[in-house]
Design a protein around this ligand. Structure first.
Ligand SMILES: [Ca+2]
Ligand SMILES: [Ca+2]
Ligand SMILES: [Ca+2]
Length: 444
């Protein structure tokens, strides 16, 4: 598998590719600087293997040019596990890798990507065996199910992407499944130990889900489910652990931008959607931007809901500050359980879970200009004392915050996150630095 994933960096050329190559070089240089200019060492195995890989890449490229001509541009899948224009994978089950080459031919009026299958003959020489036109102007992702290859295509002219599943019978790459998609992912949706392909598309007013499962005989079965949801778009999709399998959490946007979440997985030859079966989706309604996610990195996905923060209960919608309550699907699947309550800052990209002893006695004030957030104790309808403030800035403005008494809580590539304790050390609602760190999550 690793072998199939290796990138043919040697083929980074052409105007667009130069930018990418420069970016990679820049990252490599930054990597060196950040690592304190340690000497790079290669093992003897690396040194011996490197020319071999380069030779193989050249041989594959030459074979492609021989069949497709020099006027081609390589196409790189934009997402997913396979990001090279040359994907090596055993697509006919003979224990030897074939190469799938993605490219476009600029001289053609037809803008679709092309795929060539290259194989090594008995003489060890790579030759193009078959070529066909893809279903879009660029390759969005490539994945495999058994020995079948699945390709997602995007096209500038169409809103929906196109998916094709292909089977190689030794001479022809034959499409055996086709459709449109909004979401195309691979995950172990039934917990059987190997991955299925999940396809989600808008269909009529609703959402159609198909899970393609390849059996022991190499043939696939498509399981389908239609959800009658008022769906303007799929705003988000994420897999999370649920009962030993990977359940898909779909955040579906309606015409006015509001979100609801539906959860689907595969069980005994059927797509199960507990949120639809038990009418739970309605209870997940919330404004746009608040996507389901594994915010605390425990492998399970949580669904957010918004409630006005203590003291803001009577403010008009949109003018209050909100608490985010995170819900997870119960083991029996018939209810959503409250897991935690947090303050979610989408602008600066962080989540702070509210400690239990703060519940109902602490509220929040936000500076609309700086985005600075201060938690204050609150009783009988009145603010009493500030407890702690959070702020975020680009790393260059760090000095201003240090001068204002802030200390760095977390540093990411683009932002520094700060906190400042505002209360005396004897205040019962004061949090220790460890408590703050344990409750602080960056939105990824
Ligand atoms: Ca093969
Ligand atoms: Ca599976
Ligand atoms: Ca989680």
């Amino acid at each position: 598998m690793d072998k199939a994933k290796f990138c043919l960096a040697i083929f980074y050329y052409g105007v667009n590719r130069v930018k990418r190559a420069v970016a990679i070089l820049y990252m490599a240089v930054m990597g060196l600087l950040l690592s304190g200019c340690r000497a790079i060492t290669f093992s003897m195995d690396d040194l011996l293997a490197a020319p071999k890989i380069a030779d193989e890449q050249s041989a594959i490229y030459e074979a492609l040019i021989e069949s497709a001509g020099r006027g081609i541009a390589l196409e790189y899948p934009r997402n997913g596990d396979y990001r090279s224009a040359f994907v090596l994978y055993d697509i006919d089950g003979d224990s030897e890798d074939e190469t799938l080459a993605f490219y476009s031919v600029s001289s053609l009026s037809e803008s679709n990507v092309k795929i060539s299958v290259l194989d090594r003959g008995r003489d060890g020489k790579w030759r193009s065996q078959y070529e066909l036109a893809g279903a879009g102007s660029s390759v969005e992702r490539v994945m495999f199910s058994g020995t079948d290859m699945v390709v997602g295509y995007s096209a500038q002219d169409y809103e929906e992407n196109a998916v094709r599943m292909y089977r190689y019978n030794g001479s022809v790459l034959e499409p055996i499944y086709e459709g449109t998609y909004s979401v195309l992912e691979t995950a172990d949706a039934d917990g059987c130990g190997s991955d299925e392909i999940t396809v989600v598309r808008r269909s009529g007013l609703g959402v159609e889900i198909e899970i393609l499962k390849t059996g022991d005989d190499g043939n696939y079965t498509a399981y389908g489910l239609q959800l009658e949801e008022n769906a303007a778009s799929i705003a988000g999709s994420v897999f999370g652990e649920y009962g030993g399998r990977r359940a898909l959490y779909l955040d579906i946007a309606n015409d006015s931008g509001g979100l609801v979440t539906e959860i689907v997985y595969l069980s005994e030859g059927e797509i199960i959607c507990p949120t639809a079966s038990y009418g739970l989706a309605g209870a997940t309604a919330r404004p746009s931007g608040y996507l389901s996610r594994d915010y605390d990195n425990d492998g399970r996905v949580e669904i957010p809901r918004l409630e006005a923060f203590t003291g803001y209960e009577s403010a008009p919608w949109g003018e209050a500050e909100y608490m985010t309550s995170w819900y997870s699907l119960s083991e029996s699947g018939d209810s959503l359980d409250l897991k935690s309550v947090s303050y979610t800052n989408l602008r600066d990209g962080y989540i702070f879970t509210i400690p239990n002893r703060w519940r109902n006695v602490v509220t929040v004030l936000r500076d609309q200009g700086t985005g600075e957030v201060t938690f204050c104790s609150y009783a009988d309808g009145y603010l009493s004392e500030p407890i702690v403030s959070f702020a975020a800035s680009d790393p260059q403005s760090g000095g201003t915050y240090a001068a204002a008494g802030y200390q760095v809580l977390y540093q990411s590539e683009f932002k520094n996150y700060y906190i400042k304790s505002e209360a005396g050390s004897d205040m019962p609602l004061l949090l220790t630095m460890d408590e703050i760190r344990d409750n602080f999550y960056i939105i990824r």
